[in-house]
Ligand binder design. Structure first.
Ligand code: OAD
Length: 249
């Protein structure tokens, strides 16, 4: 870290040390250095190349299940191949040194926080590696052999399997959102890492923490929509800033 960033990190460390309760909100930038693309970065973000209405909505899935299934299959492969980066590891180690003080809330659908050793991770947008039935049925659906390149179906009723992520227009899992809101209300400091702040209600957690009196620290190499709620911005990447910020705490 250069001298200016280190001076800001010193202040951030003081706030984190004083905080009884710390909430961490992470977004796609957290996993960027693990090789998982973000959504809104201008050149590399998924939504600059792909249409979210087609690939991340129930209507899009119903219109072309195979297309959507195959797109998620590729992303699942990318997640399975990826490894946690130094930022995930620094957060997990920090959490382990401070049992009960740090609540980690993520918008990410990968499992890199968990693989780095973080516990109790609150997942707002689901789990890309999980399968779910598209429709609720009164009978227990029974998986049929899938045709390669198409989503598995129920052998009895044809119900389709879909990835366990939250799509546009869908509600967040209620228990996860409630737990995240409690953490935001209760915390004395919130670390916001690698998120554009463009998607609600996740972005609202940083606003809620600020309103409730917490110090808000944003870690992001670029500007974000949450800069307005930040007391302090650490302009760098997650894998560079987090070890430097947290390893001494
Ligand atoms: P975005 O793609 O919107 O934002 C990624 C943020 O990460 C940007 O602000 C980048 O500047 C920042 N960034 C890029 N590289 C970074 C790095 N190495 N270290 C730290 N920050 C970096 O991703 P999210 O804010 O997570 O929804 O997007 C929110 C939701 O929109 C996602 O959860 C996803 C998407 O549609 C679902 O999957 C439901």
């Amino acid at each position: 870290m250069d001298a200016a960033l280190e001076a800001l990190a010193t202040t951030a460390r003081a706030w984190l040390s004083q905080a009884e309760s710390i909430a961490v909100l992470t977004g796609a930038g957290m996993s960027a250095e693990s090789g998982i693309p973000t959504f809104r970065d201008a050149l590399t973000g998924l939504w600059s190349r792909f249409n979210p209405a087609q690939l991340a909505s129930e209507e899009g899935f119903r219109a072309d299940p195979a297309l959507v299934w195959n797109w998620y299959a590729e992303r699942r492969e990318g997640v399975r191949r990826a490894e946690p980066n130094a930022g995930h590891r620094a957060l997990a180690a920090f959490q382990a040194r401070h049992p009960g003080r740090v609540t980690l809330v993520t918008q990410n659908v990968d499992d890199l926080h968990q693989r780095a050793g973080s516990t109790g991770v609150i997942r707002l947008h689901g789990d890309i590696l999980e399968d779910r039935w598209l429709e609720r049925r009164s009978h227990a659906c029974d998986l049929a052999q899938a045709q390669p390149g198409t989503p598995p179906r129920c052998a009895v009723c044809g119900n389709l399997v879909r990835p366990g992520v939250v799509w546009f227009g869908e509600m967040l899992p209620a228990a996860a959102l409630a737990a995240a809101e409690r953490a935001a209300q209760r915390c004395d400091a919130m670390l916001v890492i690698g998120t554009s702040g463009a998607v609600w209600p996740a972005a609202g957690l940083a606003h809620a923490a600020r309103r409730a009196g917490a110090r808000v620290i944003v870690v992001n190499p670029h500007d974000s929509e949450l800069d307005e709620v930040a007391h302090l911005r650490l302009q760098g990447t997650a894998a560079a800033v987090l070890p430097a910020l947290l390893d001494a705490l």
